[in-house]
Design a protein around this ligand. Structure first.
Ligand SMILES: Cc1cc2nc3c(=O)[nH]c(=O)nc-3n(C[C@H](O)[C@H](O)[C@H](O)COP(=O)(O)OP(=O)(O)OC[C@H]3O[C@@H](n4cnc5c(N)ncnc54)[C@H](O)[C@@H]3O)c2cc1C
Length: 379
């Protein structure tokens, strides 16, 4: 009898899971993808959108276009998840499966009334509105704020600051503009090691961006940011990362671990419930160095390939033989058409083995190529 696989979330992990399953067993299985957003945004492009290098319409596709061989898209908000039964409820209707893959990402919430004074660059709406403000900016103080830890894509706020810097330079406003980046973490991309973190910090500061690590925002008003260390800074234009938390629909289930996220077998992505997997940003995977695996699309992507392969193997009577081994890479936009590249093995013992390659135009174009490839391959 044909098997049903429920894929919760049609973002990076959900799309790759569904498409891999479709490729392998699309004719033998029913793959149901549950997604609440009709506009399916490719998140890395939000950084280009915020500085006017993309129009809003260029950074998303319609979620319905994911449908394909064996894949059905159910557009709507999942109201309840039952891991024991491998079932979900959408619009009061229950859907049951033989397998369940949870890829619901993070829930983004805004604290300290940040929305009143600035725009986030982690949503389509926020990045679009920030860009409108930036286009009219005539000089002054720009604040890029990481409002809380953890946040997805450890490089993104640093890339945002450098892309804004480039925008300001091209507009001829450099002499009238100060750009500052405030973050609660001790340094950029700390999980990748002291050396890499230091190199990224050096690049950011060499561009004239003032960097304030270990600054946790405590309150905001119209022109001032206040931090828990007692310091205050003025700003004229503000952009920020929202606070990330586990989606509430999962917080109400027994899938939630002590970390506040879903804890999984780090190689198979299995949860404590049989045939229920979790991948991507919603998971918590502790590393030997003491920090968790960062939340990034590249990991969601490889984890999805692993889970889809193993489910397909089981359904076709073979043994599940693929493991996620902690490999990951990222491109770091630096402005002036260049990007850096960092990659390696994050499960390295005792420390992740991650190296950075020399900044180059090539890495920037690789990032652009991946954006095109993503939309072409999956929609
Ligand atoms: C500005 C920015 C730049 C980034 N750049 C990079 C990069 O260069 N490289 C990289 O590796 N990563 C990058 N990332 C991170 C990357 O986008 C995420 O890590 C990745 O998307 C995680 O995949 P996921 O499947 O876990 O979650 P998501 O892709 O967020 O998908 C989760 C999906 O679940 C849906 N959902 C949630 N709750 C419900 C519900 N109740 N009912 C129905 N649907 C629901 C959401 O709408 C969403 O579509 C970036 C992120 C941002 C914001």
């Amino acid at each position: 009898m044909s098997k049903t696989i429920l894929v919760l979330g049609g973002g990076t992990g959900g799309i790759v899971t569904a498409k891999e399953l479709s490729k392998k067993i699309g004719s033998k299985a029913k793959i149901l993808v549950f997604e609440k957003e009709e506009k399916n945004v490719f998140a890395p492009s939000l950084l280009w959108l915020m500085v006017g290098k993309r129009k809003p319409k260029q950074v998303y596709k319609n979620t319905r276009e994911i449908a394909g061989s064996g894949i059905e898209v159910i557009l709507g908000e999942i109201e309840k998840v039952n891991p024991e039964e491998k079932s979900v409820f959408v619009d009061g209707k229950e859907y049951k499966g033989d397998y369940m893959v949870v890829s619901l990402g993070v829930e983004q919430v805004t604290e300290h009334n940040l929305n009143e004074y600035g725009h986030d660059f982690y949503t389509l709406e926020g990045a679009t509105k920030f860009n409108e403000q930036l286009q009219n900016f005539q000089g002054g103080k720009i604040a890029v704020l990481v409002s809380a830890l953890p946040f997805k894509c450890p490089a993104a706020p640093y890339e945002a600051a450098m892309l804004i810097k480039d925008f300001i330079r091209k507009k001829g406003l450099s002499s009238k503009t100060e750009i500052s980046l405030y973050a609660p973490e001790p340094g950029p991309m700390g999980v990748a090691g002291i050396e890499l973190s230091g190199a990224v910090r050096q690049i950011v500061e060499s561009k004239g961006i003032s960097y304030y690590p270990e600054h946790q925002v405590s309150s905001v008003d119209e022109n001032t940011l206040s931090f828990t260390n007692g310091k205050t800074f003025d700003y004229d234009l503000l952009t920020f990362t929202p606070k990330h938390q586990c989606p509430s629909v999962i917080r109400k289930t027994a899938l939630i671990g002590k970390s506040g996220w879903i804890e999984v077998n780090r190689n198979s992505m299995e949860t404590d419930f049989p045939n229920v997997y979790a991948i991507g940003d919603i998971t918590f995977i502790p590393l030997e160095m003491g920090k968790p695996l960062p939340k990034a699309g590249v990991f969601a992507h490889y984890q999805a390939e692993t889970v889809a392969h193993n489910i397909a193997q089981e359904i076709t009577g073979k043994s599940p033989d693929k493991t996620f081994n902690g490999d990951g890479q990222c491109f770091l936009e630096l402005g002036k058409g260049k990007a850096g590249y960092a990659g390696g093995n994050f499960y390295g013992s005792p420390l992740p083995e991650v190296k950075m390659k020399k900044p180059s135009f090539i890495w920037h174009w690789m990032k652009v190529w991946f954006e095109k490839y993503w939309f072409f391959k999956y929609f």
